[in-house]
Ligand binder design. Structure first.
Ligand SMILES: [Zn+2]
Length: 331
């Protein structure tokens, strides 16, 4: 791959190619935007373009010289990557990175450090990192990658050139996925569910099983909540599952509203394979009730910071969603 293969991020890629072409790379960048849209991919390919032996005249990487190949394989000594372990980037990793950056390059034109999900640096790591940014080692380029830049120290952000990445359009998503997902209904479902974030589809094994499994888990919980086991104990194992359920519920309600107003069926959550019980229940819901529920989900989501009791939350959510049902089924 090269920078040109990072689909749907023309603005960001133009900035990076121009930095390579004009030999004016900043000492630190912050690649920011939602997860799964190509930020890390762009970082690796930017490192290639900066160090490529052939240096094509468009500022991109050739992707075939020995340097490009070794960077692709993650075995090039002048390009290093730090990733969070167990949800955090610790000070030892940052110190190690700092030490490597302070030495001269082994063989490359630039030493490149990529810090993935940089907002997960803990406090000590952030402070150590700040020192590194204040006195950037020569011929080095540091790339912070973050889906949550608000959690980075302002003093770190202000020393980085921000490069903004955006969710992909449906057209770009289709372009990217059509060779891997042959079945048109499945392709459409995945495009809707991933909301412009191809990484969410591609990270799952066998092309999108991750996101499809989440959809199945959501529909199963919803069915348990409203049909199979109303008033029983929650199907959620932990807070993460509650958050995933709320994510699913938002998409579900949005799809219902679109279906009610446009008559379009086969939307992401309301695809042809949705359990029959749920399908008949929701066909008659009124638009204003759907909107009320949508706002209710936002409030419930905010309440999660207080770690509410799971059973109370489960029954409260069930009560709220039952307003969607036709009068005869509310009992
Ligand atoms: Zn090359």
């Amino acid at each position: 791959m090269a920078l040109k293969d990072v689909i749907g991020q023309e603005g960001a890629i133009k900035i990076l190619k121009s930095a390579v072409l004009n030999r004016r790379a900043a000492s630190a960048y912050l690649f920011q935007g939602p997860s799964g849209i190509g930020k890390r991919l762009a970082a690796v390919n930017f490192a290639k373009a900066l160090n490529c032996q052939k240096s094509p005249d468009d500022g991109d990487a050739c992707d075939s010289c020995p340097v490009c190949r070794r960077i692709e394989e993650g075995i090039y000594p002048d390009v290093r990557e730090v990733r969070p372990e167990k949800g955090a980037i610790k000070i030892d990793e940052i110190r190690d990175l700092e030490e490597k950056l302070s030495l001269s390059a082994y063989e490359g034109k630039f030493k490149v450090a990529i810090v993935d999900e940089a907002h997960l640096m803990n406090k000590q790591a952030s402070n150590a990192f700040l020192k590194c940014l204040e006195e950037p080692p020569s011929d080095s380029v540091i790339i912070l990658v973050s889906s949550n830049p608000d959690r980075l120290l302002d003093t770190i952000k202000s020393r980085c050139q921000a490069v903004v990445f955006k969710p992909l359009s449906a057209r770009d998503m289709s372009l990217l996925l059509k060779d891997r997902i042959k079945e048109p209904d499945m392709l459409q479902t995945l495009i809707s569910l991933s909301m412009g974030r191809p990484g969410l589809v591609l990270e799952g094994k066998a092309g999108g099983s991750g996101i499809l499994k989440k959809r199945q888990d959501f529909l199963k919980s919803l069915q348990d909540m409203l049909i199979s086991k109303p008033g029983k104990s929650p199907s959620w194992a932990d807070k993460e599952e509650i958050e995933e359920f709320m994510d699913g519920l938002e998409i579900f309600l949005r799809d219902m509203l679109v279906m009610r107003t446009t008559g379009r069926e086969n939307l992401a959550m309301l695809g042809p394979d949705i359990p029959e019980g749920l399908k008949t229940f929701f066909k008659t819901a009124k638009e204003e009730v759907i909107i009320d529920c949508y706002q209710g989900v936002a409030t419930l989501r905010e309440s999660l910071v207080y770690n509410p009791n799971k059973s109370i939350l489960w029954n409260y959510t069930a009560g709220m969603l039952k307003k969607l049902l036709p009068p005869s089924k509310k009992a």
